[in-house]
Design a protein around this ligand. Structure first.
Ligand SMILES: *Cc1c(COP(=O)(O)O)cnc(C)c1O
Length: 429
């Protein structure tokens, strides 16, 4: 006898909601198995590089003051470079977020009078003020005389390589920005193969054009990373996939020696670069987080697939579909009403290990144009590798759901969310 009945005994679980989840799961076994092999692959890769660098207790020690020759810091850079398939890397708690490191990367690679081209449409919301297409910050790229153009994706998620070739043949483009994940858009992420082809094409036409990949949410979702295809800088947040839920803060950039050197002068100052920067807490969570990341991403991916399957079965439109090839951990669900959307996000929050009493409401979050509702009852504040759901409050009402340190957390949160929606008559079974 299977122990499924245990789920029916839990407080707040509507038996119809449990039925829906159990039925959905039956269809997902093959998909889960495929992802488990991917996890094995990355787990072994990360482990092999940790063995190669002979990671020891001494790599976890803290430093103070300027932090010259801090072995923990320097070895972590090497480990990320190996894992992300690049010549070099910088991993620092001093970068406050993904936006921060992407902003520094843009300022590192671009000079006044030069032009950047975003080939995945308008970039992630918080980068628009950095570039200067939104707001009028006196410190944006635009204010520094840097030009910006973008081209839309084909079929919502395919990079228009022909158009890029045409543009590169007609004008000087110093930097191409590729965003791997969907951001706040109802579409699948761009595939790693498509990113690889794009980088190859760019480099074959214009060797001096730099390629920056916003890798947020994409890490470990595919066997290869953009660095394996020669991107100059690949950057992301440690509050997301590569932090494995353990890194307390920070961001990473992996790339070519030259590009990473330029970035190091933005990290600190020209002439100083990567040689300084102390951290008076242990580096252990960064190493352990990277070690855990393939597993954590597996949990998040399985949770995302279950979310897709369940809401698809209930007649909502979802992106990506449960059986699609995934290139990020984001799952979007399009609700019919604002009330359903808010109710879903509030239940995610109330089924969180931290701040379960807090009730999220739409608010004006810095860097975003519309009001945003954010459910994130997380150990690391705002960490979106932990189960979180957020949504700009505009029609159509789309929730962006991502993360989950354990698959069971995602699954039981879904049961609870469906239970609430069934009881409020927001979904009809
Ligand atoms: C999260 C995210 C960012 C920004 O990262 P923060 O850590 O939130 O600043 C940039 N791009 C994409 C695609 C993201 O998902």
């Amino acid at each position: 006898m299977k122990k499924q009945h245990l789920l029916y005994e839990l407080p707040g679980f509507n038996s119809k909601a449990v039925d829906i989840i159990i039925n959905a799961e039956k269809n997902l076994k093959d998909k889960y198995e495929e992802l488990e092999y991917l996890c094995d692959y990355h787990q072994s890769r990360v482990l092999n590089y940790m063995r190669e660098l002979n990671i020891s207790q001494r790599h976890f020690y803290s430093s103070t003051g300027y932090g010259y020759s801090h072995e923990a810091r320097e070895t972590l850079d090497k480990l990320f470079a190996l894992v992300f398939g690049t010549e070099d890397a910088l991993v620092r708690p001093h970068w406050v977020s993904g936006t921060h490191i992407l902003s520094d990367s843009l300022f590192a690679l671009l000079k006044p009078g030069e032009t950047m081209l975003s080939v995945t449409g308008a970039p992630y919301d918080t980068l628009r003020q950095v570039i200067g297409t939104e707001g009028n910050s006196p410190s944006s790229l635009k204010a520094m005389g840097i030009n910006y153009i973008d081209i839309p994706l084909l079929d919502k998620s395919i990079i228009d390589i022909h158009l890029i070739a045409k543009i590169l043949n007609e004008q000087d483009i110093k930097l191409v920005l590729i965003q791997r994940s969907c951001g706040y858009e109802f579409r699948p992420a761009v595939s790693i193969e498509n990113i690889g082809e794009t980088i190859k094409k760019i480099k074959s036409i214009s060797k001096n054009t730099m390629v920056l990949v916003d890798n947020c949410y994409g890490e470990f979702t595919q066997p290869k990373e953009p660095g394996h295809f020669g991107a100059d800088i690949v950057a992301g947040s440690l509050n997301k996939n590569p932090g494995g839920g353990l890194a307390p803060t920070g961001a990473y950039a992996a790339g070519t020696k030259d590009a990473i050197e330029l970035l190091s002068y933005r990290l600190t100052a020209p002439g100083i670069g990567r040689e300084v920067g102390s951290y008076s807490d242990s580096y252990r969570p960064f190493y352990q987080g990277l070690f855990m990341a393939p597993h954590t991403v597996l949990q998040a991916l399985k949770g995302a697939i279950l979310t897709a399957k369940v809401f698809d079965m209930l007649g909502f439109s979802v992106e990506p579909k449960w059986n699609s090839n995934r290139n990020d951990i984001v799952q979007t669900v399009k609700f019919n009403t604002k009330q359903q959307l808010i109710s879903f996000c509030q239940t995610i929050q109330s089924n969180s290990p931290v701040d379960s009493n807090a009730i999220p409401y739409p608010w004006d979050m810095p860097g975003y144009n519309d009001k945003v509702i954010m459910a994130a009852g997380t150990f690391m504040e705002g960490a979106s590798i932990e189960l979180s759901a957020d949504a700009p409050i505009v029609e159509p009402y789309i929730a962006y759901v991502q993360g989950g340190l354990t698959y069971s957390h995602v699954k039981t949160s879904l049961i609870r969310a469906l239970s609430v929606m069934i009881e409020k008559n927001e979904i009809i079974i």
